[in-house]
Design a protein around this ligand. Structure first.
Ligand SMILES: Cc1cc2nc3c(=O)[nH]c(=O)nc-3n(C[C@H](O)[C@H](O)[C@H](O)COP(=O)(O)OP(=O)(O)OC[C@H]3O[C@@H](n4cnc5c(N)ncnc54)[C@H](O)[C@@H]3O)c2cc1C
Length: 464
């Protein structure tokens, strides 16, 4: 019998923590887990899942409109926010129960309280006096929205509160144009809310391929979203039922709600980590090696609390690799190559591999293939809708380095492309693959002509 209460104690019952706790318990280990909010974590309770359900809800309006051109007739079309948000909350409750049952069935001891680290093998739970001891501690506390430090910041909501809104606002200002900002801008715009996005950078979605960034910005403006770049917030003031957001550049914007989508910070505050010798990184994240081990041998960390990719499947893989390494005796690290990601904006982005800019920095020669076309559906609906696809190829090896898509079902298509990219697919193999017709995805295997940058206009160099 071990000298510790638990062989593993996990702090945080989100994607990474629940996976690690369940797998270790299924190996027969004594496992405890602490959760200060709700079992399931960000993804299930206030992230991916409720967000995607709101995305679905926000798309029906345009789809029903389009249906008219396909012969459908309807009367009295109205949108009812309470129905949507309550149904989303009901699904979140269901998943919360599923995750709780999963831990119960695996015989993981659950503590619905806040935990803090007191020593390499000791934890303190907020609701009891006796400390708990564990051979290994896994920090899986995730991250939380950052709120910009501006006068009036107390008026700001974050994505967390969006899932609790009892009323749909008539207008909203969203500060920040990362993927969460773009997704919520699309959700609200799709539901008829007047949306303004304020962003300090010169284009939305930093780190994405430039064609995706430009293409989505154009499409969102077409749909009526007011995207304002190079704009910094000076202050937020309550003004009657609304909020006035003053801009450093001068002027202001008024809206019924103001949301901060300005990034997420690892949850390490008051966790006691540094006092026991765990190094934290530039952003307060737990510094870990490739096996997710911190600077203290018995303390590991997975998921958003580390400085890797803040995505659910990544947290789950890291939790799995941790259990294999520590409890199964086979050291496993996660392979971060070719992780596909999506932005569930309207239109949607799906992307995997290197951006054109990245590839230009890494390869001697690259080829670009691009296609931009109206999906077949739009020919009848008349909607101003475009599909953009782009392949980034290493011209010396013919390897496909990146696939970037903007348009309907981009996320679903790119998930499949990611398999091929991981296997080292070449452009010639894309071309040899038979097209599936008629589909938007067939364009990926029928792009024959290299994209050439536009030739400079004659005389323009001399004039410069
Ligand atoms: C709005 C939004 C949309 C997103 N959409 C996507 C998406 O479409 N696809 C995708 O892959 N990812 C998405 N993500 C990211 C994804 O949710 C996270 O990457 C994932 O949940 C990280 O899992 P985790 O286990 O690291 O942390 P979390 O799931 O955040 O779990 C951490 C848990 O620890 C608990 N906790 C923190 N401190 C303590 C403590 N001291 N004691 C006890 N408990 C504690 C928290 O309450 C939380 O439940 C989204 C995130 C947000 C916010």
């Amino acid at each position: 019998m071990s000298e510790y209460d638990y062989e593993l104690f996990v702090i945080g019952a989100g994607s990474g923590g629940v996976r690690a706790a369940r797998l270790a318990a299924e190996l027969g280990k004594r496992v405890g887990i602490a959760e200060e909010y709700r079992i399931g974590g960000t993804c299930v309770i206030r992230g991916c899942v409720p967000k995607k359900l709101l995305v679905y809800g926000s798309r029906y309006g345009a789809e029903i409109e389009d249906a008219r051109s396909f012969g459908w007739r309807y009367e009295d079309l109205r949108f009812d926010w309470p129905t949507l948000i309550h149904n989303v909350q009901r699904e979140v409750d269901r998943l919360n129960a599923v995750y709780t049952r999963t831990l119960e069935n695996a015989k993981v001891d659950r503590f619905l309280t806040r935990a803090r680290v007191e020593g390499p093998h000791t934890l303190r739970l907020a609701d009891r006096e006796q400390p708990v001891s564990a051979e290994y501690i896994l920090v899986a506390t995730g991250a939380s929205p950052t709120i910009p430090d501006v006068p009036g910041r107390e008026h700001l909501i974050s994505s967390n509160e969006c899932f609790q809104l009892e009323l749909l606002p008539e207008s909203i200002v969203i500060i920040g144009a990362g993927y969460i900002g773009m997704e919520f801008a699309s959700i609200f715009a799709g539901l008829g809310v007047v949306v303004t996005v304020l962003h300090r950078g010169d284009q939305i979605l930093r780190d994405f391929d430039n064609d995706l960034r430009d293409g989505l910005a154009v499409a969102m403006r077409d749909r009526g979203v007011d995207l304002r770049m190079n704009t910094n917030v000076a202050s937020i003031e309550k003004e009657g039922e609304c909020y006035r957001v003053a801009l450093k550049e001068g002027g202001s914007v008024s809206a019924a709600l103001v949301m901060a989508a300005t990034g997420r910070k690892p949850n390490t505050t008051e966790l006691g980590l540094q006092r026991v010798g765990v190094d934290l990184g530039w952003n307060g994240h737990v510094a870990v090696d490739e096996y997710s081990k911190s600077t203290v041998d018995s303390i590991y960390a997975v998921g958003d609390v580390t400085d890797r990719m803040q995505l659910t499947p990544v947290a789950i893989r890291e939790g799995t690799a941790f259990v294999e390494t520590v409890f199964e005796g086979s050291a496993k690290c996660v392979d971060y190559a070719f992780i596909p990601t999506a932005v569930f904006s309207e239109p949607e982005i799906g992307t995997v591999g290197q951006t054109e800019e990245e590839a230009r920095g890494k390869c001697r020669l690259i080829d670009i293939y691009k296609a931009s076309f109206r999906p077949m559906r739009a020919t009848i609906s008349g909607r101003n809708e475009m599909m953009m696809m782009k392949l980034v190829i290493d011209a010396e090896t013919d390897k496909v380095l990146g696939v970037h898509m903007l348009g309907p079902d981009a996320a679903e298509i790119v998930q499949m492309a990611a398999i091929a990219l991981r296997l080292g697919v070449t452009k010639a193999q894309f071309d040899a693959t038979m097209a599936l017709h008629p589909s938007v995805a067939e364009e990926l295997v029928t792009m024959r002509h290299r994209w050439e940058p536009p030739a400079p206009i004659k005389g323009s160099d001399a004039a410069a």
